[in-house]
Design a protein around this ligand. Structure first.
Ligand code: AP5
Length: 227
């Protein structure tokens, strides 16, 4: 199964992708994480990407597309994947369709995470990430047991530099200007599933799983010639 998670910053895409990848044995491919890794490793790509990330703007299509092109052909993607944060522009979406077609595949579903601006700001201002294992927390909604320390590995929690209020507001603006159009693109393709994303983490996971399981059931009926 090949899935895209689409939605504004802070909507919960990464949180849900982590759980769903475990539940459904799918690879979790986060374009943001791949870019941050390149920044940390001090590569040429990372150096170019960093200036855009810090300003809350999109990294140029060519850079992101090359990273994703390399990633989706790896062995762990053979059984499917969740693309979290990619595509983010119409041209990225078109290239993705081409990439998958060349691999003899296609996207099965795109989940659009619908959420208000107020909730985005609350979520991102309280987000904390583990510096060692990358686990995701929120000081109020998803707190670690010990303040500032990761439950899973004992690593230190930090705040992403692009989670400062002014950068968050820029990221929201960029989302409306450059990414929102993808909702219509995938609606027209008939694969868009809207997920109400204001609720708690567990009920959102449950809703996503329901949509996937229902789609798998209908596909088996079609294969059996029942419908
Ligand atoms: P990226 O890392 O992809 O950031 P984003 O899309 O802005 O998404 P976030 O990671 O901020 O949010 P999320 O939806 O994953 O929410 P999360 O689960 O963490 O991109 C960063 C930058 O990289 C971009 O600005 C751009 O520069 C560049 N980039 C990346 N991809 C690109 C592309 N394709 N093209 C060009 N440039 C690209 O949740 C947020 C917080 O809320 C957490 O604290 C979490 O614990 C909490 N939370 C989650 N769910 C709930 C809930 N249901 N209730 C309460 N709290 C919740």
């Amino acid at each position: 199964m090949r899935i895209v998670f689409l939605g504004p910053p802070g909507a919960g895409k990464g949180t849900q992708a982590e759980t769903l990848s475990r539940e459904k044995k799918l690879s979790h491919i986060s374009s943001g994480n791949l870019l941050r890794e390149a920044v940390e490793n001090g590569t040429e790509t990372g150096r170019k990407a960093q200036q855009h990330i810090n300003k809350g703007q999109l990294v140029p299509d060519k850079i992101v597309v090359d990273i994703i092109r390399e990633r989706i052909v790896k062995n762990d993607c053979k059984n499917g994947f969740i693309l979290d944060g990619f595509p983010r522009t119409l041209s990225q979406a078109i290239v993705l369709d081409e990439m998958l077609k060349n691999l003899g595949n296609k996207l099965d579903m795109v989940f659009y995470f619908a959420i208000s601006k107020e909730s985005i700001v609350l979520r991102l201002s309280g987000r904390r990430i583990c510096a060692t294992c990358g686990a995701n927390y929120h000081i109020k909604y998803v707190p670690s047991l010990e303040d500032g320390i990761c439950d899973k590995c004992g690593g230190k929690l930090y705040q992403r530099t692009d989670d400062k209020l002014e950068t968050v507001l820029e990221r929201i603006k960029v989302y409306h200007e450059q990414t929102e159009d993808l909702i219509n693109y995938y609606k027209k393709n008939g694969i868009l599933k809207e997920i109400e994303s204001e609720s708690n983490v567990e009920s959102i996971t449950e809703n996503i799983l329901k949509v996937i399981d229902n789609a798998s059931k209908s596909a088996s009926f079609v294969n059996l010639g029942v419908v």
